[in-house]
Each structure stands twice: as C-alpha cells, then as structure tokens.
Design a protein around this ligand. Structure first.
Ligand SMILES: [Zn+2]
Ligand SMILES: [Zn+2]
Length: 269
C-alpha cells in the first residue's frame, strides 16, 4: 500500500511538471506569433507600427499607433490625445505627468467643463488626393489628423456658429476637449509649430491634402494668400513637385475654409 501511494504521488508530480513545461511552451509560441506577424514592418518610434509601402511623409505622424496602406488609402490610427501638457488633463489618469495650469496669453481664458479622454480614431485618407468639384462641407468633429495624433476641427462651434466664445477655452497649445473628451485643434497647434517649425507639415485633412504652418519661405501666410478652401498649390519641402496644401493662419477660418478642396476620406471612432 505504501509503495503504491508513493508511486501515485510521483506520477502526479511528473504530470504537473509536464503541464508546466507545456504551458511554458505555449507562452513561448504565443510571443513568437506577433513577432512573425509584424515581420516586414518598421517603426520610427516605440509606439507607431508602420506597414510596408507607407510613403515617408506619413511617417511624420509620430502620434499614431498604427499607419498602413489599404488600397488607395492610407490608414492612420490614433488615440486622439495630446502628447503635450494641458489644463484639461486635470482630474484625469494622466494628471500627474500632463496637467499644466493655463499659462497662455489670452486674458479671457477660462476652462470649459470637459476633460481629456482617449479614443480609437481611424482616419482613412486618399494617398493620391484629387480636387473634387463639389468641395463638400467640412463636418463638425474630426476634419483631419495632426502629427501628434490629435484631430483638426473646422472653424465652427456647435450649430456652425463662429468660434468667438469657444476660442476663450483654447489652452496654451491651441486645443480643447469637446463634451466626450476628444481634444482637438481649431487653430494653430502651437506645440507642434514650436517643435517642428512654423513652416512645417502639421498633418493632413480628410481629403488627403497636407496642412502646413503659418509661415512659408520666411513669409507669414494670411487668408489673402489662399483660396476659399484655405489653401494653394506650390512646391513644399515634402512635395518637391508641388501639391495643393492648406495653411494654418491667425485669422478665421484658421485651418480649413469653405469645404474640402478634395474628396474627403473617412474617420471613425
Ligand atoms: Zn472645439
Ligand atoms: Zn503654401
């Protein structure tokens, strides 16, 4: 009887060791799998996964979680949350590292009641943008994506009213969150222009045309330099053969004008 019991115990132990070895093997296999899946991709930052065939200009969108080609579109996934500080991080899980009291120059500044949240935004925009004669109106909500993954919004507040009042809620970096907590820029994203330059590429509108800062060839661009869609065609650093592009200006409508210049792609969240 004693021998039998000892044998049973040993068998049990052997079985347990065997299961542990099997489990360890499974763990190894499941870590190998994603590595295999991402073969053929490169990454410019630790957090952006970039698919094969993505043109270099889109790799400037450093705040994206994922960028890849899908047919004739480029797909850009972001969390829509700024990498810079903001008074609107107060009371959020990111407060300790990203909250900053308002230190801008607008004497009328007052925070709105909203705070910053994270989203899963998917922008699908044409890689070869084309002019579209209908120049469809820009929607309320996301109209484009900036380099840090934050959305551009158009020149209107709710009900297509001007930003006259809303503008006093823009933080020191030119953005604010709407009711659901989606942070966005209606005007120059000053953190990006400080980091990248006043003449730098700042992002893309949904129609695929690029958005540049308020300076070009050393000259400050004003609305009179642009058409009614708030852009013009010329060579840029990123497009040496020339392309239609939007400019951020200091006056309304700031980023985009009376509709998209091209046929707009989509954004989902
Ligand atoms: Zn807004
Ligand atoms: Zn220009």
């Amino acid at each position: 009887m004693k021998h039998t019991r000892l044998f049973t115990t040993l068998s049990g132990l052997t079985l347990t060791v065997g299961l542990l070895a099997f489990a360890a093997c499974q763990t190894t296999d499941s870590t190998v799998l994603p590595t295999t899946t991402t073969t053929g991709t490169t990454s410019t930052t630790a957090t952006t996964s970039i698919g094969t065939g993505v043109p270099d200009v889109y790799k400037k969108i450093y705040g994206a979680t994922e960028i890849y080609v899908e047919g004739t579109n480029i797909v850009i996934k972001t969390k829509g949350r700024p990498d810079h500080k903001s008074p609107y991080y107060k009371g959020t899980q990111w407060e300790s590292s990203l909250y900053e009291v308002y230190n801008g120059t607008n004497a009328k500044f007052g925070v709105n009641p909203n705070t910053i949240s994270e989203f899963s935004l998917t922008f699908k925009i044409p890689m070869s943008p084309q002019v579209d004669a209908s120049h469809s109106a820009t929607p309320l909500g996301s109209t484009g994506v900036s380099l840090n993954g934050v959305a551009f919004f158009n020149q209107y507040a709710a009900m297509n009213s001007p930003l006259t009042i809303e503008i006093n809620g823009f933080d020191q970096y030119g953005g604010h969150p709407q009711q659901q907590g989606q942070y966005h820029y209606h005007v120059e994203p000053t953190y990006l222009t400080a980091q990248k330059g006043k003449d730098a590429l700042l992002g893309f509108l949904l129609d695929g045309f690029p958005v540049y800062g308020p300076i070009e060839s050393g000259k400050t661009i004003t609305n009179t330099d642009l058409d009614k869609y708030h852009g013009h065609t010329s060579k840029t650093a990123d497009y040496p053969n020339g392309i239609y592009h939007y400019h951020v200006t200091a006056e309304d409508p700031y980023i985009s004008g009376s509709g998209f210049y091209g046929k707009a792609g989509t954004v989902t969240q």
